[in-house]
Design a protein around this ligand. Sequence first.
Ligand SMILES: [Zn+2]
Length: 157
Amino acid sequence: MRKSEPHLRANVGGARNIARKLLKDAQITEVPVNLRKVLDYLKTRHDLEIWRFPFKEMDGMLVTIDGQPTIGFNPDTSWVRRRFTIAHEIGHFLMGHTCNSNENAEAEAGQFAAELLMPLAFLKVDFPNEPDLEKLSYRYIVSKEALTWHLMDCRLI
Ligand SMILES: [Zn+2]
């Protein structure tokens, strides 16, 4: 069974719409999505901070430090993985999920991250032109696995 299947009660459409709104608000008009630009927008608009945390067993988390929302991420993972982790935590932040996220919240954050880094509007154009998933994943700076799941979730394959 695919990882995302037990999460069908999650609000997938809502999560994707929030990602699309963020892309628009942060004026992202091309891929790969410039996550720095997205984070700069979130800092200006929501005072969201981002820090490197010395995690050992975690990729990232969303915390509040002295009232300030902060994304912590593990700097010792690959760039591709860090991008997805940060996008995932942004999803938790914008959807108001608490630290003790449930399964649906995790699924929503995952769908948000996928849509943020692989916007369907871009994929619909790019995928027919570049059906090689390896090459397409480089273009979006995502893992081939994440790309494959998103294409399946969006019924493009
Ligand atoms: Zn999460």
